[in-house]
Design a protein around this ligand. Structure first.
Ligand code: ZN
Length: 362
């Protein structure tokens, strides 16, 4: 829970008149939204969602409460109206003015704006900005937007800025928001390749697991155990093409079509960032754990990078095999170090036709 969330909950608990028009709360169980002062029984905190405007609540599918009429409420106190206007500016990721600019817009001194804002909203302007950004990331993740894309679209200048200011507010696992509800359908198939057995599993969004091993049934059991809430079933026809492309990857035969296979991976924000960085490693090249740590703006986090590589759920689609020790030795591989060596050797030896087509397209 961030500070803004706490300030809003406290206003709801007190039915704070000063919070009218500043934000709205909605009850996820009844699908109704209210003023902070609504005389109805207060909902449980875990069932509340907050919205900066009534329109946002409506857009999210909530109906206006008949008792407090949040849809028919206007802010009449000019100071509150000014603060609310400042909130709207901060909430707009394409605007994002600094304090001086905000003060200009409402015609106040910066100092006055800071004070009145904090009194009205319950948190500082900086805290409100941070909370809005992480809220934008949360909403984007719920829509299934990839983590890095969501982070930049929300107005963070870098993944680093997101981890410094945003990730803690999301909790340690932003991808938990993407897990959806129990009853997700997961289809899988298995194929035999020279390296062994490959099992590919996918949700409606994309591939969620690629496993390499000696025994397909064991790999399938692993996947069932990892997605206990999902309905997991075989679909050889539906996944035939994807599995074939993935099989080619295990033989060191990359292709543009394999690059375009959509992914639906579960992981912490950090893990997903590492996996996306790995996807930028060209076939035939390798990087060290420290290189990847630098590329994601977390120099020194090479141990965490190594752990994220070890947790890679999608073998070869996320080419964790292209990450090696700083001394050039292959290092570990979740699917067996021999398999890693084999894939790397094949990629280094055979820039196939598909690969040159891929290089030209970039
Ligand atoms: Zn109400």
């Amino acid at each position: 829970m961030d500070d803004l969330d706490q300030a809003r909950w406290s206003a709801v608990e007190r039915r704070d008149q000063a919070a009218i028009g500043v934000f709205f709360y909605a009850v996820t169980t009844t699908r109704i939204y209210c003023l902070p002062t609504c005389p109805s029984r207060r909902p449980r905190r875990e069932n509340i969602a907050y919205f900066p405007t009534a329109a946002d609540a409506v857009a999210a599918g909530y109906r206006a409460c008949r008792r407090c009429r949040p849809d028919a409420t206007t802010v009449t106190d000019p100071a509150v109206a000014s603060v609310v206007a400042v909130c709207r500016c901060i909430e707009n990721p394409d605007d994002d003015p600094d304090l001086a600019e905000l003060a200009d817009r409402v015609g106040w001194s910066q100092r006055h704006l800071r004070r009145v804002f904090a009194e009205t909203i319950g948190v500082t302007i900086a805290a409100y900005r941070r909370a809005q950004r992480s809220e934008r990331v949360r909403n984007a993740l719920r829509r299934g937007v990839p983590v890095t894309e969501a982070v930049f679209a929300a107005g963070y200048g870098s993944m680093r800025a997101f981890y410094d200011h945003g990730a803690t507010q999301l909790g340690s696992n932003p991808d938990a928001f993407r897990r959806g509800s129990p009853g997700t359908d997961i289809a899988f198939t298995s194929i035999s390749v020279p390296l062994g057995e490959v099992v590919v599993a996918a949700t409606a969004r994309g591939v969620c697991a690629v496993r390499i091993g000696d025994d397909a049934d064991t790999l399938i059991e692993e996947i069932r155990a990892e997605f206990p809430e999902a309905r997991v079933g075989r679909d050889d026809d539906g996944l035939f093409e994807v599995a074939t492309l993935i099989g080619q990857l295990t033989e060191g035969r990359p292709s543009k079509r394999a690059d375009q296979i959509p992914l639906d991976l579960r992981g912490t924000a950090f893990q997903v960032t590492v996996w996306e960085a790995l996807r930028n490693l060209e076939p035939g090249t390798v990087a060290s754990y420290a290189d990847i740590a630098n590329r994601i703006g977390r120099p020194g986090a090479y141990r965490a990078v190594a752990n994220a590589c070890g947790a890679n759920p999608a073998a070869v689609l996320v080419p964790c095999h292209r990450v090696v020790r700083s001394d050039g030795s292959p290092g570990g591989y979740r699917w067996g170090p021999d398999r890693k060596r084999t894939i790397l050797a094949a990629e280094a030896a055979d820039p196939s036709e598909d690969l040159s087509a891929r290089s030209r397209s970039r």
